[in-house]
Design a protein around this ligand. Structure first.
Ligand SMILES: Cc1cc2nc3c(=O)[nH]c(=O)nc-3n(C[C@H](O)[C@H](O)[C@H](O)COP(=O)(O)O)c2cc1C
Length: 192
């Protein structure tokens, strides 16, 4: 299995990277690979709502988005990671997700039911369920199928125990086996 991970935290040595490294070990132990990309290394603009994508052909903005999406399209599995800033998904992480709408109007560009792990990281013990469900809903836009959600909190000065990190290796090993998780967002009212 070929996975692509997008880390939207800019922290090269942060908690997200630590966890992703262990997911990678699990994926590799199972004969797969994981290409880890930091969003920071790419030029990603925000969606201007121009609606050109409604004609098909994807997003017309001139940046690295379509190239990144092609990398993800060519993989078997997508891992999306995002930090929480001010009780919500970080703005730059959301910016990436806003652009997913551009794929929804062109069957050639859809993700063909690609299984996906969604990882949210934060220092608090608990964040509002809506944040996770709404992020899940954004990812589903382009026909990604989320089959694992990691809500990783309590990260302030976190020192991981080795057994905790080994659990992430196990998750990496089993990634494709998890059942698809239906999203719970009521689209009409945008409430849970
Ligand atoms: C500007 C900013 C705002 C943040 N706001 C929150 C917050 O409201 N709640 C929370 O639990 N963590 C908050 N955090 C902490 C980040 O979520 C946390 O440091 C990050 O997810 C850890 O991932 P990393 O080590 O991979 O960067 C904030 C961090 C920054 C930089």
């Amino acid at each position: 299995m070929k996975a692509v991970t997008l880390i939207t935290s800019s922290n090269r040595h942060g908690n997200t990277k630590k966890i992703v490294d262990r997911l990678t070990i699990g994926i590799e132990d199972n004969g797969g690979s994981n290409e880890v990309l930091f969003m920071d290394d790419y030029n990603i603009k925000y969606c201007t709502g121009c609606e050109a994508c409604k004609k098909g052909g994807g997003c017309v903005l001139d940046d690295d988005y379509n190239m990144l999406m092609q990398k993800i399209r060519e993989a078997d599995y997508f891992i999306f990671t995002a930090p929480i800033f001010y009780n919500d998904l970080a703005g730059h992480s959301k910016m990436f997700l806003d652009r997913l709408g551009s794929l929804a109007y062109d069957p050639e560009l859809e993700m063909k039911e690609k299984k996906t792990l969604l990882m949210i990281t934060h220092i608090s013990d608990k964040i509002n369920d809506f944040v996770i469900e709404n992020t899940h809903r954004c990812i589903v836009t382009a026909n990604f199928k989320v089959n694992k959600i990691l809500d990783v909190g309590g990260l302030l000065d976190k020192k991981f125990e080795e057994w905790e990190l080994e659990d992430y290796e196990d998750i990496g090993y089993e990634l494709e086996e998890y059942d698809i998780i239906p999203h719970k967002l009521d689209l009409d009212s945008a409430t849970l």
